[in-house]
Design a protein around this ligand. Sequence first.
Ligand code: GDP
Ligand code: MN
Length: 431
Amino acid sequence: MAASMASQAILRGLRGASTRYLFLEKSKLGRVNPRRWLNLQEYQSKKLMQESGVTVQRFFVADNAPDALEAAKRLNAKEIVLKAQILAGGRGKGVFDSGLKGGVHLTKDPAVVGDLASRMLGYNLTTKQTPKEGVKVKTVMVAEALDITRETYFAILMDRACNGPVMVGSPQGGVDIEEVAASTPELIFKEVIDIFEGVQDDQAVRMAANLGFKGPLERQAADQIKRLYDLFLKVDATQVEVNPLGETPEGQVVCFDAKINFDDNAEFRQKDVFAMDDMTESDPTETEAAKYDLKYIGLDGNIACFVNGAGLAMATCDIIDLHGGKPANFLDLGGGVQENQVYQAFKLLTADPKVEAILVNIFGGIVNCAIIANGITKACRELELKVPLVVRLEGTNVQEAKRILSESGLPITSASNLDDAARKAVASIRK
Ligand code: GDP
Ligand code: MN
């Protein structure tokens, strides 16, 4: 599911495309969503916030309507807010396929929460950030609603251009922050954080003031900002986004929404956080691929790409495009590969019914081409491959690999370079 990229988009507005955006835009890959970062649901992120002393509303979660109703009664609040939990933003303005409008509902009558929840749970919610068909809602958050006098935007994210964390904020928070960044960039404020020094008092206060918090609220907002930064560090986040960071008539600064992304490389020391990942919103093929340490990305075309390395993946997709073809997916093998992974990779690639040809483009550096060749021939035989296969191998042990392929007696088209490979793969479909 597409992660909220608001903060990246805002930074992009500030200083040109981030590297990640370049990757997505340049390759024109359509539905690309490399699952590089762990995403948690809002309620999970808010639990982490609570543990760091960040102010959030009282809440319960429910996966069925009677429990949601019960939770609403137990909250015993003046007003209740019911929020569908999906890994995408824009829920407030979203629509369910049950006909219900709005993934965020406020009500003063707890008795209607059960009915509302029954029109959310089990239904797909479509927002600006989801695929057209939406994402199925399995959990709702039932929280104590608070009055909001002002909505601001605040995020902390790792930024390549700053070589570290940066805080981004705007007094104009709420829903369409990308629009604020585009039309009134002067309302976007940025503070670069020195990773060794952390957020300085004057930085936190300046950001709070820029967000428009006044009087005692300024101090309180600065304190929340520092706590959010502590959380950012503690959980190895790549992004903590709060939209809205609001103020109440009672004079409280509250995080009304929460989106945290995590650095996958920190999984080994963030076991508790990663254990919360239920994977239910991930593409099942991507999840299956991850089991074998493979990275799979589904696309819209008909040529499956089997590559090693993100750069080669991008180049392969672009060259297929150049020759008039369209990639159906790509599977990144990475380094240190075993024969079984090659087999699993082929299984995943060919399971996609859109696939009409397979293009293997492997550069053997750490990877031994002979292992790839053995994996390919084994997969071809066992999976009784029905689609044309074009193979381009280069690098370590490539002569042995070519011998294995040619002596296999299998109908494999070999290619001498990337261009040749892409041309042959596209041609194999046209025939
Ligand atoms: P998103 O649409 O997915 O970003 O979901 P949010 O959690 O940000 O909620 C959307 C909007 O609903 C917010 O911008 C608020 O205006 C409103 N909202 C959410 N929670 C509350 C609440 O407790 N009280 C009030 N008054 N409004 C809320
Ligand atoms: Mn929001």
